[in-house]
Design a protein. Structure first.
Length: 429
């Protein structure tokens, strides 16, 4: 019988560490057989103590290869030319890519078969194997980087008094059944390379930069740092209605928070493009990669219907009380602008989602709403409904003047009247 190395056959003179790479390559490709005790040339040299060598082989492969490959490997002994040999039979595994524990899911740890050679797999080949085995859900797939830490995540969980440790990793879906880190773990890790880029522009277009910053690391760290950054540009402006001072911020804090959370939770992390936040004098734009999840329409999200692309990430944000419930983000943004003539804008393409929040003080700056009108809107926001007498007391104006102000706000579409003229009240539209 003549032995020639090929796609499914490897010859080894003796038990050596390189056998692990060949076994991995066969399991990642189409299976194969390794004969131990035969030279590359096909010369049979034999093995002295086959039982000891099989024990050594099985321990070596079991302890150095992940996921567990033992179900797909078997060992036989035989004799050729009165010399003992070992036959390692490797089936194609169902949990590829298999890799060397010390090297991880990187080309130096993952091997495939090309002709008669065992070669490192390319990163694209590794990703393809992961996708074929783990499915299309990015957060459930095994992370290419297994050397990760969670210092920022640990601080965030600890500050919110939520347990976070190896005991919780499986519950949170940070590791799979084999204890391998998932992409969800990678997103929370200090080594996460997905970033948020924020830029501040002068005026209402992108002609002149005033400031820019890129945020990286754990998504939980990015969330805190980005919110702090955009809050610096959320100015507070004081208005006076008579003796009353009313402080109004450019952007409702609820709207900023929900828009930021939306851009992180619903982003498609299988793309490398950054989340983009652009701050102008009259608006803030949030752009995240990934259009709508299949099965949901733009009308659905406006109603609060939610199909989450990253369900496990959303669950973690929920446990940390960063989000109250699924599907509440967009309605919250709309509610924070319900009395305002300019409304948030939601734009959706096949691969991107954009939220634009208008500056609530811009109309006054442009002379479109007076200080008195802004003050009335603020009062309605606080009280839900107001009467003409409430406006008279707030602004210290006559009955006629309060009526004119309310009439103008109704004409602008900011308020709606409810009830007859004697008991009429005004509510947000």
């Amino acid at each position: 019988m003549r032995f020639i190395e090929g796609l499914n056959l490897e010859l080894k003179r003796q038990v050596v560490d390189d056998i692990r790479k060949t076994v991995i390559a066969f399991a990642n490709t189409d299976g194969g057989i390794v004969y131990v005790g035969i030279e590359d040339s096909g010369e049979i040299v034999g093995i002295e103590n086959t039982d000891n060598e099989i024990l050594k082989l099985s321990n070596m492969i079991r302890d150095s290869v992940k996921p567990d490959i033992t179900l797909f490997t078997s060992y036989e002994t035989g004799e050729l030319e009165n010399k003992k040999i070992i036959k390692i039979i490797v089936q194609r595994g169902t949990e590829s890519p298999y890799y060397l524990i010390g090297k991880g899911l990187r080309p130096e740890g993952v091997f495939v078969r090309q002709g008669a050679s065992t070669v490192p797999a390319s990163e694209s080949a590794i990703r393809k194997m992961i996708k074929e085995t783990d499915g299309d859900s990015y957060e459930d797939m095994r992370s290419l980087n297994q050397e990760i830490t969670f210092e920022a995540a640990q601080r965030e969980f600890s500050s919110r008094k939520v347990p976070f440790g190896t005991a919780q990793y499986k519950t949170l879906k940070l590791v799979n059944a084999d204890g391998i880190y998932t992409n969800l773990a990678y997103l929370l890790s200090d080594q996460c390379v997905h970033t948020v880029k924020a830029a501040v522009f002068e005026g209402t277009d992108k002609s002149v930069f005033k400031d820019r910053h890129e945020f990286n690391g754990s998504l939980l760290q990015q969330l805190n740092e980005v919110y702090e950054y955009i809050s610096k540009y959320n100015r507070t402006r004081a208005e006076f209605a008579g003796l009353h001072r009313i402080d109004k911020r450019d952007y409702p804090e609820d709207a900023l928070r929900e828009a930021l959370l939306n851009s992180l939770v619903h982003r498609d992390y299988s793309y490398s493009a950054s989340t983009l936040i652009s701050i102008f004098d009259d608006r803030i734009e949030f752009i995240s990669v990934g259009g709508l999840v299949r099965g949901i329409s733009a009308d659905d999200i406006m109603l609060g219907v939610s199909i989450t692309r990253n369900e496990n990430l959303a669950h973690i944000f929920y446990r940390l009380t960063l989000i109250e419930a699924y599907g509440t983000g967009i309605p919250k943004i709309l509610k924070s602008y319900q009395s305002f003539p300019l409304q948030p804008k939601f734009e959706i393409s096949e691969n991107a989602f954009k939220i634009t929040l208008p500056n609530k003080n811009i109309l006054q700056e442009r002379g479109l709403l007076s200080e008195q009108e802004q003050a009335v809107i603020g009062l309605v926001e606080n009280k839900t409904e107001v009467t003409r007498k409430d406006v008279e007391e707030l602004l210290k104006v006559s009955q006629t003047m309060s009526g004119r102000i309310l009439k103008k706000l109704v004409e602008q579409g900011a308020l709606i009247p409810v009830g007859n003229s004697k008991n009429r009240k005004y509510m947000l539209k």
